[in-house]
Design a binder for this molecule. Structure first.
Ligand code: SF4
Length: 331
């Protein structure tokens, strides 16, 4: 069950006495965020708005939504990083899953006996990582936890940022991800090229995600080759505040025009196949917002992420594009 650190929210409201507040978090915990918002309204009598747009990370906090509503504090819930605030008005609130990994970790120790693994997880299970490490080590598995960097804590990854497992990848046999997120686990497999297992505490099973990740990789490579044949390429700047990268878009424009491509520039908040379907005369797109939009979604035309676009530039110069996803940060 997801447990939101409501005490911290209530303490902040008590201390700062805002006229109204806003809350948001990833889709999976929205029902819990709603409950917290109701408790704020009951307890303090102030409006507590749930910003219910998609919210994929600390790159996507929708502080503008809170501003438009006149909310004095935005409680951004469920994306733990190694900091507790963002500027004055955004407060990062932990939301941990209290499910136990004990049984599945013991199973894992039997399956991976004698191996060396890198243990890694997302925000919701970070507090369990040391406990699982102990169980695996007692069961005969050697365990490494890579160091955090940027916003990441030790042993933590985002969907596009993988520093802890990049640090350990040359000294382990496999990665072990705590939680149910195929999204995070496939990113780990792609960025390390190592066998990667999911430790699912709900189904108490260990699943290998490597094959699924290889399919994503093939799709990503194919899109690069198709884009190489394009005459006109649309470059999309994402308008979400933490994904805004105009400089990268303009760099790609320059390089592609040098390589003989025609370029048109676009800006979008939500980059979906439907929205791109409205745009005419474009053979392929590059989007410089969230890289996982390109690798994980279906599009009718090639839509490259930043690492894929870098690979495209290499391809156009007849350089090798091997292992272009095996980097610690996909932006
Ligand atoms: S994968 Fe996308 S949503 Fe997640 S942190 Fe990276 S840019 Fe943000």
């Amino acid at each position: 069950m997801i447990v939101i650190d409501e005490k911290r929210i209530f303490d902040e409201i008590q201390k700062r006495k805002p006229v109204s507040v806003a809350l948001n978090g990833p889709d999976g915990i929205l029902p819990k965020v709603q409950e917290t918002a109701s408790r704020i309204m009951e307890r303090f009598g102030i409006p507590a708005y749930v910003l219910a747009d998609t919210c994929f990370g600390t790159c996507d906090m929708n502080s503008n939504g809170a501003k438009v509503l006149g909310a004095e504090i935005l409680f951004h819930i469920g994306h733990t990083i190694n900091d507790t605030t963002f500027g004055e008005n955004i407060i990062l609130i932990d939301a941990f899953d209290d499910i136990s990994f004990n049984k599945v970790a013991m199973k894992c120790a039997t399956e991976l006996l004698g191996k060396t693994v890198s243990l890694v997880t997302d925000s919701q299970h970070l507090h369990q990582i040391e406990r699982v490490k102990k169980i695996l080590e007692e069961g005969g598995v050697r365990v490494k936890i890579g160091k955090g960097k940027g916003q990441l804590n030790d042993g933590q990854v985002f969907g596009c940022e993988f520093y802890p497992i990049t640090e350990t990848k040359d000294s382990v046999d496999a990665n072990v991800f705590l939680g149910q997120s195929a999204f995070h686990a496939s990113g780990i497999a792609l960025s390390t090229g190592k066998p990667t297992y999911i430790l699912d505490p709900y189904f108490e099973e260990i699943r290998e995600i490597t094959e699924f990740a290889q399919k994503l990789q093939k799709k990503a490579i194919l899109a690069v080759y198709k884009a190489a044949e394009a005459e006109t390429i649309g470059i999309i700047v994402g308008l979400k505040e933490g994904q805004f990268s105009k400089t990268t878009a303009l760099k790609f424009r320059k390089e592609l025009e040098k390589a003989g491509k025609k370029v048109q520039l676009f800006a979008l908040t939500e980059i979906t196949d439907d929205r791109l379907g409205n745009l005419k005369g474009i053979d392929a797109f590059i989007q410089v917002a969230c890289p996982r939009i390109s690798t994980d979604n279906h599009f009718h035309k090639p839509v490259l992420s930043t690492p894929q676009a870098n690979a495209l530039l290499k391809l156009l110069k007849n350089e090798s594009i091997e292992e272009f996803l095996q980097i610690p940060h996909w932006l």
